[in-house]
Design a binder for this molecule. Structure first.
Ligand code: ADP
Ligand code: MG
Ligand code: MG
Length: 889
């Protein structure tokens, strides 16, 4: 049997979403449940893939099936494509499995030519409408299929408007449109080097090819990379009979969301334009009307729309983004999809759908993308700051941002590469500006509504955005904008608040984010499901408090070197490093000890008995000394200006020591437990500080659940030595302070050798914490700073690596070592506690991986704790769901 490349919207056998694409599958589904969807058919993604496999030709059997489907469509509508008297017109619409709004191409009004346009003019008794539709078709077709720059057509229109003094295209008459059409055809001849095709079947197949081609256009490829959508999926093509929102003032077109996509508020939300065709709303050319005013203009249609939206939301059990068109008072639905939303809206909608008993708590937890939560953990403008906005527009995507004004996407990208914070300001954005939106802190447009391109894209990325700020007069040529008599030039700093739509001059103080009640509730539901702990990395009491506030179940990594870095202590640390004799060194350490003890006491008190993993000193000692280059400059200067000074002497001594400690490869040098091995007195001081702090806090009646961690072990003997050192001190201080306490001693697994000999290492360890940052460096043989600075981006862009292994754990390589480490460690000690610390602990795919290995916890920075809690819950729910499926089979 031939492969089925074409499905009618009402075909009884259901095509999968993978085959029909999201748009096609939902058009079929809506047809099936009886909604007013213009009839049509879908050409599958499989046809697209064959098209590419065979060197960009449509497979012949697909072509035959399209012709057959077209016949059925003609029968159903009673019209014929290209008919001189009553032509069938269709749209040819792209639609992939994952929605990629505006990234691929669509052509409307296909089937018009010099002949059929006359038939349509007579039949509708509305020549103006017929010729307007025809010129739109020529314009879109030439852009999408013949690659004639739309600019040429727009310039024609601009000239006409100017000549006649028209403000809006609705003033253009039928005769003038006919003229425009003639000119448009000349433009096609000149720039496409061919005449505009009059045969509707040619038009159709050329467009199908072009839509397949648009799967691989530059912006679609970039969008897929940003959203990690694989390139092999292909797009489907939907052929659908046209309905017309541009037939007059009883017609229109719009977009509706069943709930507010920015705030999540449960209220129909959207925009429409009277007497307009599909693209006009999203293109941001005219600023549309809010849906509510449709109630006055067309109450019946408004009610029908509300009912349909409700029905669609109940059917799909999620917020829907719906395209509709009204043709002479009749409502048609052209698309529905799960609506993109901000993190704030995602949470609110998930929580409210549970309260409305449409979904259960588990489903609600799965509904919110953990990565998206970062948006909520963004800064806001300090509420105590007196707000004096320069102007305001539509609050299209929440969050506050400060940056330099820039008017061009390429320049924005360039500046951002050089570490500048920029805000992209444009009359409107098109899909070609997407790299500029990515690079900017925020986007501002002077035209377009809440559903315009800039708004949709920014919300998807969680970036702040203001649209339709019409008081902004943008002068692209002179690179400035003005608001009344205030002029802002390129490079000037502004601050925007995407939650209110306000724009401010200069930089404005911001505050740290807090968790809303709904957010907390969702996280509580998440915690109810989770079978894995989430801890935070925190080095001081403030971070520890933040970690608890965000719901961490402990500290997975407390780095003690930051305690050394404190400005007041650095001289003491330097004394310790520079001391020539043991006596001198012990003297310096004695001074540091009470300070470290104080730090630990405060953190232990803050943690109130929650577990806390304290890592002994890790970085190489030269990190605590001044920079060599700086010292050299100082010494050279002093040699000239003050050659006999004491200062010169000291600096020279310092320089000598710096040179002594200099390493050709510090990442692999004298650091981690290797410091403790050579300078045991340093680790002894730290151990003393910890145990004294424990007994002091215990005496106040507060429990301490401490885990002491030895870094960068590669051989079990290192751990054996350091463990003995810590235990000796621990027991000694128990006696001294007459206080009894428990503590664990464990190690980081962050070298391949440690992972490979985890069974031996586990004999000396009470716990393992996988330091996946160093483990990634040592497994790849990459030094992170060099890799990220020099070649990693190239690797990712050219798909040498699927993603940056420092961001998402490399499961095939580094992950194998982690897996081996967990398994071998547990073979020695079945109850061995295992966890992961470092950035990977806050990344959803890595969290899933840790869950699958049966780790006890993940640990990440305090601000990522909510993300990790949600991801850990999702991992648990998914594994439960998998188990259930296995049980039933
Ligand atoms: P996109 O994926 O970029 O949204 P669409 O295929 O949805 O592209 O179409 C672009 C615009 O044209 C939308 O506003 C849509 O509603 C409108 N449109 C598409 N097909 C038809 C049709 N058959 N009749 C009227 N309007 C249509
Ligand atoms: Mg659409
Ligand atoms: Mg490390």
């Amino acid at each position: 049997m031939d492969k089925n490349f074409v499905f009618m919207f009402d075909q009884p056998e259901k095509g999968s979403k993978e085959l029909l694409g999201g748009k096609g599958a939902n058009l079929a589904e809506m047809t099936r449940i009886g909604l007013p969807v213009p009839y049509g058919f879908t050409i599958t993604t499989a046809a697209c893939n064959s098209y590419y496999d065979t060197g960009q030709v449509i497979p012949p059997e697909a072509e035959l099936q399209v012709l057959k489907a077209l016949k059925l469509l003609e029968e159903k509508t009673g019209k014929k494509l290209g008919d001189a008297a009553d032509p069938l017109l269709v749209s040819v619409r792209s639609g992939a499995v994952h929605s990629m709004p505006g990234m691929m191409d669509t052509v409307l009004n296909l089937g018009l030519n010099d002949e059929s346009v006359q038939g349509m003019a007579e039949l509708t008794n509305n020549p103006r409408f017929a010729y307007d539709s025809y010129r739109r078709f020529i314009q879109m077709f030439s852009d999408v299929v013949l690659h004639v720059d739309n600019f040429h057509f727009e310039r024609q229109l601009e000239e006409l408007r100017e000549e006649k003094g028209y403000d809006s295209d609705t003033e253009i008459t039928a005769e003038e449109w006919q003229q425009v059409i003639g000119n448009f055809k000349d433009i096609v001849k000149k720039h496409a080097k061919r005449s505009f095709p009059e045969d509707p079947k040619d038009q159709l197949f050329l467009t199908i090819n072009a839509v397949f081609d648009s799967w691989n256009n530059q912006r679609a490829v970039l969008y897929r990379r940003l959203h990690q959508i694989p390139g092999h999926l292909g797009t489907a093509v939907n052929i659908q009979s046209m309905v017309f929102g541009n037939m007059g003032n009883d017609s229109g077109t719009g977009v509706a969301f069943t709930r507010n996509p920015s705030t999540g508020e449960s209220k129909l939300y959207g925009e429409y334009l009277m007497n307009a065709q599909g693209e006009d709303v999203v293109a941001g050319i005219r600023t549309p009307q809010p849906i509510a005013s449709l109630q006055k203009e067309m109450p019946t249609v408004h009610q029908q729309l509300i009912d349909t939206c409700q029905l669609l939301e109940n059917h799909y059990k999620d917020m829907q983004d719906i395209e509709f068109t009204v043709e002479r008072g009749n409502l048609f639905i052209l698309q529905t999809r799960t609506g993109k939303r901000t993190a704030q809206a995602a949470i609110k909608i998930a929580v409210e759908l549970v309260k409305e008993e449409i979904i259960d708590k588990q489903e609600a937890v799965l509904r919110v993308d953990p990565d998206q939560l970062n948006q909520l953990l963004h800064h806001r403008i300090d509420p105590d700051h007196k707000r004096t906005p320069l102007t305001s527009g539509l609050p299209a995507s929440p969050g506050a941002a400060t940056g330099q004004v820039i008017f061009d996407a390429d320049e924005a990208e360039e500046l951002a590469k050089n570490g500048k914070r920029v805000i992209l300001v444009r009359p409107e954005t098109t899909p070609d500006d997407i790299h500029g939106i990515v690079a900017s802190q925020a986007t501002v447009t002077s035209r377009g509504g809440m559903t315009s391109h800039a708004a949709v894209v920014a919300r998807g990325m969680g970036k702040a955005c203001i649209c339709g700020c019409e008081s902004l007069k943008i002068h692209l040529n002179s690179k400035q904008f003005s608001v009344e008599d205030v002029v802002i030039k390129q490079g000037d700093t502004i601050t925007i608040d995407g939650s209110t739509g306000e724009i401010f001059l200069g930089e404005i103080p911001m505050i740290e984010p807090q968790l809303s009640d709904e957010f907390q509730l969702l996280l509580r539901w998440a915690d109810e499901q989770t079978k894995m702990g989430v801890r935070a990395n925190a080095d001081n009491p403030q971070d520890a408090a933040k970690a608890l506030e965000f719901g961490a179940g402990g500290i997975g990594l407390c780095r003690t070197e930051h305690m050394f870095m404190d400005a007041g202590r650095i001289p003491l640390v330097q004394d310790m490093i520079l001391s020539e004799t043991n006596q001198e060194r012990n003297h310096a350490l004695d001074k540091l000890l009470p300070m470290q003890q104080q730090d630990f006491e405060e953190i232990f008190k803050t943690m109130q008995g929650y577990p806390i993993t304290v890592r002994l000193l890790d970085p190489p000692l030269h990190e605590f000394l001044p920079d060599k280059e700086d010292l050299l400059v100082d010494v050279t200067k002093l040699q000239i200006t003050d050659p006999s000074s004491k200062e010169l002497n000291e600096k020279q001594e310092l320089l000598r020591k710096v040179r002594l400690l200099e390493e050709s490869n510090p990442m692999l040098g004298h650091r981690g437990c290797r410091l403790g091995m050579i300078h045991p007195e340093i680790y002894e001081m730290q151990a003393k500080a910890i145990f004294h702090a424990i007994s002091a806090v215990n005496k106040k009646g507060i429990q301490v659940n401490s885990e002491i961690m030895i870094p960068l072990v590669s051989h079990v003997n290192e751990l054996k030595n350091m463990r003995q050192l810590v235990v000796n001190i621990g027991e000694q201080i128990k006696e001294e302070t007459e206080e009894d306490y428990n503590y664990l001693i464990g190690t980081m697994i962050e070298t391949p050798r440690a992972a490979l000999t985890a069974d031996r290492i586990a004999q000396e360890a009470d716990f393992f914490s996988f330091g996946t940052n160093d483990l990634t460096q040592t497994t790849f043989g990459f030094s992170r700073d060099d890799a990220e600075g020099k070649f990693l981006q190239h690797y990712v862009e050219n798909e040498v690596l699927p993603s940056n292994p420092f961001v998402s754990l490399d499961q095939d390589g580094v992950g194998k070592l982690v897996e081996n480490g967990v398994k071998m460690g547990r073979a020695t000690k079945p109850a061995l506690k295992t966890g992961i610390c470092g950035e990977h602990g806050g990344e959803k795919k890595s969290i899933q991986f840790c869950f699958d290995l049966g780790m006890d916890y993940v640990s990440c920075s305090p601000f990522r704790v909510p993300t990790a809690r949600l991801a850990a819950a999702q991992a648990t729910i998914r594994s439960k769901q998998k188990e259930q499926v296995l049980q039933y089979n």
